[in-house]
Design a protein around this ligand. Structure first.
Ligand code: ZN
Length: 159
């Protein structure tokens, strides 16, 4: 088990575009293992590789009993819109309302190199969009209509 340091929004690395994973090396598998430990330890809903300083297209998303490891994820379908309050492990203490698709379908590769598709609505759709944005150097504060200090009573998980 290894926890990785989560970079904050003023770190320039978070603004860079991540490169695709070409081969699922031991390094990528260790990254996935460490991201899992890190996102659980931080009580987050998701984490993208650039947040731990790795500019590769890798994200993890937790939702209820499900846990998604996504290598080279792509949004292949969206439907409708929703506006929800978001937070981010890289933007501590802040939250803001962001408009996102209400439904998304994502295609990704798992750690065994198998391609899969997963659909998300509600907060899971938000999570997929939020984490995939990180791979293009985009933070929720770029899209939020209003950014306020976090109300810790509202929810205790961060995307
Ligand atoms: Zn984030």
């Amino acid at each position: 088990m290894a926890l990785r340091y989560i970079r904050s929004y003023d770190d320039e690395l978070l603004r860079k575009k991540s490169r695709p994973v070409e081969a699922i090396s031991n390094k990528i598998l260790t990254l996935l293992d460490d991201m899992k430990d890190t996102v659980i330890s931080a009580n987050g809903l998701g984490l993208a590789a650039p947040q731990v300083g790795v500019l590769r297209r890798v994200v993890v998303v937790r939702h209820e009993d499900a846990y998604y490891e996504m290598i080279n994820p792509e949004i292949i379908e969206t439907r409708d819109t929703q506006i929800k309050s978001e937070a981010c492990l890289s933007v501590p203490g802040k939250q803001g309302k962001v408009e996102r698709p209400a439904y998304v379908k994502v295609r990704a590769t798992n750690r065994d190199g198998e391609e899969y598709e997963v659909e998300g609505t509600d907060i899971l759709a938000v999570g997929f969009c939020h984490e995939l944005d990180h791979l293009d150097g985009i933070l929720f504060i770029d899209k939020a209509v209003e950014i306020v200090d976090r109300d810790d009573d509202e929810d205790d998980e961060e995307i």
